[in-house]
Structures are given as structure tokens and as C-alpha cells.
Design a protein around this ligand. Structure first.
Ligand code: G6P
Length: 601
């Protein structure tokens, strides 16, 4: 995903910008660029591929005195990964970098083209710089022209702009994508970064811009505005100096950080893929989806639970017959692979040996293959005919959290992409998808409640996680999370299956985590939970509807769509597992016996 850096000061700008971009590399990108303005001279370098290509191009370039510069790593959304589409983008005498998506860029582009402006790239970003220069025709003051520009942008953005009209100033704005303004003790030196990873070691104080913040910075200082009001003395906080703790961004464990991050990475997953009444995957251009009569989903571990979830969505929304397989089983059971099936593998790492082998099998059998993956250039991405990246960013916790959330989101979008839903239904699904970043935010109240509850769940002879329909794979995932990091015995079951055996275990020492959404089979699930309660099992119910037969109750919001209930409950299960593991004194991020990427069969 894209990264942004910026610098104002006397020190060598090229090194500072490139160092910053290197720290953002982990987010994934396909091209990079920098623009530096020293006096009246712009120096611009852009390169496709890895940062060392950019470094080579800019090898002989150095700044000697005060300069301002902006840099960017691009992860293509609008327009292919080409040098022309790489940031920074040029107007006549200004450059811009941007993360996010300008939703009304077509409208703005047409307006500017009608005034004679020529566009070089296919990006949405380029409209910002042209609009700014257009605004300068009527507002002579660049800061005013910039403010009027920002006013007209719809969508999500974090942007930096530099212009020869004011060669000591960087203009900035943030709405929906992260951006940090930073400084150190050196007078007149300022930094920007889309994550603090780019700033650690260079700056000591950071101001995390809020949505709606904009303004400009020059050696004379910072002018920060919000809704036309100037914010005096923005509250800078101290940046951590230790890189590892910085990477954890104040969280105790990577897993905790990754749970909290889900809200922002899901916005990345959705970015550029939602239209008003359709879903769009640039990656699937050329794929004739009508020719598939069935879908086969294959994965391991948590990714298998995403696949199971997806099977409900594919059949319900896309009306395509769907089967799901554990990769290590499919490999050796001499399966009949039908050429009319779209073969989809799901993998966070793109390297899991069993999943990779099934992909090879499917290719050899002549099936069309697609991978849903988090790691660009991984073996599966390189091998599959088509690849959709989940854009979760690096996941360090062995127990997968944000990778699962982004996989399910991609697969939900894919089921809509393959569907023929009526327009209104499609619009409703898309509006619901847009609510995911909000739905997955962790509130302090919820986290505190789960911390408190966790002390009741350190013992017992086992956990059942139960749910129906979409909430059955979620129950499996909840049980897996707990098992992986607490080492307690936990199993997921379809709620309706309890009476066919598992209920024999019911007693006060058996803890049941019951997923009771109100939008999907509530009454049916409730009866199953009551059967357990009647046998004195300890019940922790998760539901928006009061349930008085439980020992503990976690109230969720009354969403209108099952997938919103799904995602809210997913966060609860992840946090609960983590808090139990912490109380048991386990290594949350590196649980015993487990590996993040399993490259042996
Ligand atoms: C390992 C990891 C799991 C992961 C599984 C599949 O077991 O510990 O978290 O779900 O591999 O990995 P993949 O990278 O293919 O999603």
C-alpha cells in the first residue's frame, strides 16, 4: 500500500526521503518517486519496482543547502503500475503525492480538461495538482488556493504538495488516510510520514493529523487548520526512539496492534474496488466470469475459515455452486477437478506448501486459478492466473487476525463481483461494505470488558464455540484463535450439531461461547444454547439481544446486516483469546509449536 514522506530542512533531502520510504516498504508497492525543490530547481526521480531502482536513478543527485522534498511508494489502484503513474505528479510548476482515493476525480478531471489542462497519467491523484494550479488563477496566495482545492476533493486522502510559487513550503491535508507531521530540536526542520515508522530516529515529536486537518509548513513554522479555523499550538507527542516498540505503536503485542489495525487496513482493502452499484477488481480484467459453473476454494488454517465463510456468500449472493477444501486433504485424495470450476486458493503468506501444491495441481489440470493473498510476489501470486491482494500490511502475530478480516472482505466483494444482484440489493451490499472500517474499531469499553471477563476463562475442561450459517466458520476461527495462543482446548461447532454428540460434555466446567446474531437464525441458535444452558454448561453469549440464560453476556450493536454482526463478533473473539493468553502468561505473538508461514507439508 502507498506510503508518503516529506522533508523541509538543511540536511541531505534525498537520503532522508529514501530512508523514510524504506521504512514504509513493508506495506507493499509497485513504484516509487521523489521530488525535491532546492531554490528554483526541481529534481524528480521515479522508478518502477523496488526502491533500489529509484536509488540508482537518483544516484548522482544531492542537495547542498535548504530544500523541500516529497516522496511516495505507490501501490496501483487507478491506472497500471507504470513510471508515468508513479507519484509525485507534476502540474506546471508544482508536484503532489497522495494516498487514498479521490472519488470525484473524473468530474474534476473533465472540468479541468475543458479548461485546456492536459493530463499525463491515469491516476486520480493528478487532479489535485492541476486543480491547485487552476485555483491559483483566482487565489494568488498558494495557501488559499490549496485550501480551496482540498474543499473540492471527495473521498479519502493524505496529500503533500510543493510548488515553485512558495519554494520553502510544504502544503498538507489529511482526510481518511493517515499522515503525521513531525519535528525535532533543530529549528526549522520538519518531516512528514504516512506512518511513524518513517519518522523514528529522525524526529522526536509527532503530531498525528486528524481527518479534516490541512495547512502548510515552512522554516517559519506550522500553520494548521481545521474547518477554516487555525489550530494554535497543536499537541505534539513524543515519538518512541526504539524501533521495535515503535513498530508495536504502543501496543503490548503485535497481535493487539493488528486487531486494532483492522479498521484501517479494511479501508485499504476496499479502496478503489467499490463503485456505487458494482464491485471492481482491476486485477480480474480479462477474466470471463460467466464461464464458471462452480467455485472451488482451498486453504489451510485461518485462511480455510475465510474460505468456509466465503462458501456461504458465493452460494447465497453469486448463486454459484461452491465447495471448500483443506489443502492437505485435497492434495492426496485424487480429486476430480472440473475445468468449469474457478479454483481459488486463499493464503496470507502465499507460501504455505500444501496450498501451493494444490494450486500447481489445478494449473496442471487446466483450471483457471485465482489466489487471494496478502503478499505480492509470493509464490502463489506468481503462479496463479489471477491474484487479488488483500492489502493487510505485514502481519507479525502468528495468530492471524487482520489477514482473516481482509480475506473475508475480499471474498465478500468477489461474491458480489460474480453476482447478478438487482441494483438496489447491490447498492445496499456496497453501502454495508463501506461500514466495515467503523464496525471493526475497538472501543475502550469493549476491550476493558473483555480484559475483565478473561479472568473467568482460564480453566475448565474445554471451550465450545458455536454458531450457525456464517457464524459457524466464525466459531471455528474463534476456537482456533483461543487454542493457538492460550493452549486451552477449544472446538468450533455448528450450533445445530451439539445434540449429536458434543452436548455429552456439557457441565459447569464446559464453557460455551455462543455467537447469537439477530439477523441470521437467532431463534434456532437460541434453542441450541438453551439446551446447553439446561445442562448447566457455562455460557458466554455474544449478541445484540439480551439473553438471560447465559452466565456472561457481551452485547453487540444491533446491525441490520449479518456481515456487520460477523465482523463485530470477530473482533470480540480475537480480543478475548488474546486477553486469556496474556493472563496465562503465554507468548501471544509467538505461541509454542506454531509458525507463521508453513512451507513444509
Ligand atoms: C499457519 C499459520 C496460520 C495460517 C496458516 C495458513 O498455520 O500459523 O495463521 O492461517 O498457516 O497460512 P496462509 O499463509 O496460507 O494463510
Amino acid at each position: 500500500m502507498c506510503g508518503i514522506v516529506g522533508y523541509i530542512g538543511q540536511n541531505p533531502s534525498k537520503k532522508i526521503l529514501l530512508d523514510g520510504l524504506k521504512e514504509l516498504e513493508y506495506r507493499g508497492y509497485d513504484s516509487a518517486g521523489i521530488a525535491v525543490l532546492e531554490g528554483d530547481d526541481f529534481s524528480i526521480y521515479k522508478a518502477l519496482g523496488k526502491l533500489h531502482n529509484l536509488e540508482e536513478k537518483a544516484h548522482d543527485f544531492e542537495t547542498h543547502d535548504f530544500a523541500i522534498g516529497i516522496g511516495h511508494t505507490r501501490w496501483a489502484t487507478h491506472g497500471k503500475p507504470t513510471e508515468l503513474n508513479a507519484h509525485p505528479h507534476l502540474g506546471q510548476f508544482s508536484y503532489v503525492v497522495h494516498n487514498g482515493i479521490i472519488e470525484n476525480y473524473q468530474e474534476l478531471k473533465s472540468m479541468l480538461q475543458s479548461k485546456g489542462v492536459t493530463f499525463l497519467s491515469q491516476t486520480d491523484t493528478e487532479v489535485i495538482v492541476h486543480l491547485f494550479e487552476h485555483m491559483l488563477l483566482t487565489h494568488k496566495e498558494p495557501s488559499e488556493a490549496f485550501a480551496r482545492t482540498i474543499e473540492q476533493l471527495h473521498g479519502a486522502y493524505a496529500t503533500l504538495l510543493i510548488t515553485k510559487q512558495s519554494p520553502d513550503t510544504i502544503y498538507f491535508a489529511k482526510h481518511g488516510s493517515p499522515m503525521i507531521l513531525a519535528k525535532n530540536a533543530t529549528h526549522g526542520e520538519y518531516f512528514f510520514g504516512s506512518s511513524d515508522a518513517a519518522l523514528i530516529g529522525k524526529a522526536t515529536q509527532a503530531y498525528y493529523l486528524e481527518d479534516g486537518d490541512y495547512g502548510y509548513v515552512s522554516p517559519q513554522g506550522i500553520v494548521l487548520k481545521h474547518a477554516n479555523r487555525t489550530i494554535e499550538n497543536p499537541a505534539f507527542t513524543t515519538l518512541p526512539s526504539d524501533r521495535l516498540s515503535a513498530q508495536k505503536e504502543g501496543f503490548r503485542y503485535f497481535m493487539e496492534k493488528e486487531i486494532y489495525e483492522q479498521s484501517t487496513v479494511l479501508a485499504d482493502t476496499l479502496m478503489g474496488r467499490l463503485r456505487d452499484d458494482s464491485v471492481y477488481f482491476e486485477e480480474l480484467a480479462g477474466l470471463d466470469t460467466r464461464r464458471f459453473s462452480q467455485i472451488k476454494l482451498v486453504a489451510c488454517g485461518t485462511s480455510y475459515h475465510s474460505a468456509l465463510t466465503a462458501s456461504y456468500l458465493f452460494e447465497r449472493l453469486a448463486k454459484i455452486h461452491t465447495t471448500v477444501e483443506v489443502a492437505s486433504e485435497l492434495r492426496y485424495r485424487e480429486p476430480l477437478l472440473d475445468k468449469n470450476a474457478l479454483f481459488i486458493v486463499i493464503s496470507q503468506s502465499g507460501e504455505t506448501a500444501d496450498t501451493l501444491e494444490t494450486l500447481k495441481m489445478a494449473k496442471a489440470a487446466g483450471l483457471t486459478t485465482l489466489v487471494v493473498c496478502n503478499v505480492d510476489n509470493s509464490s502463489m501470486v506468481r503462479l496463479a492466473d489471477y491474484a487479488i491482494l488483500t492489502r493487510a500490511g505485514i502481519e507479525k502475530g502468528v495468530a492471524s487476525t487482520k489477514a482473516f478480516a481482509t480475506q473475508v472482505t475480499v471474498l465478500w466483494m468477489l461474491s458480489l463481483f460474480l453476482s447478478a444482484l438487482p441494483k438496489e440489493r447491490m447498492q445496499a451490499e456496497i453501502a454495508t461494505l463501506r461500514q466495515l472500517p467503523e464496525t471493526t474499531k475497538v472501543s475502550d469499553t469493549l476491550h476493558e470488558k473483555l480484559k475483565r471477563l478473561s479472568k473467568r476463562y482460564l480453566y475448565g475442561h474445554g471451550f465450545f464455540f458455536i454458531g450457525r450459517d456464517l457464524f459457524y466458520p466464525l466459531a471455528l476461527e474463534g476456537a482456533l484463535k483461543l487454542k493457538e495462543i492460550s493452549y486451552l482446548h477449544a472446538e468450533g461447532y455448528p450450533a445445530g450439531e451439539m445434540k449429536h454428540g458434543p452436548i455429552a460434555l456439557a457441565d459447569p466446567e464446559l464453557i460455551t461461547i455462543a455467537l447469537m446474531p439477530q439477523t441470521l437464525l437467532y431463534e434456532k441458535t437460541k434453542s441450541n444454547v438453551e439446551e446447553l444452558s439446561a445442562r448447566d454448561a457455562t455460557i458466554c453469549a455474544i449478541s445484540p439481544l439480551e439473553f438471560d440464560k447465559s452466565d456472561d453476556f457481551i452485547r453487540t450493536h444491533a446491525h441490520a446486516h449479518p456481515m456487520l454482526e460477523f465482523f463485530e463478533m470477530m473482533v470480540i473473539l480475537q480480543l478475548l483469546a488474546m486477553e486469556i493468553s496474556i493472563r496465562l502468561g503465554n507468548d501471544v505473538d509467538m505461541p509454542r509449536n506454531l509458525a507463521k508461514s508453513v512451507t513444509v507439508e
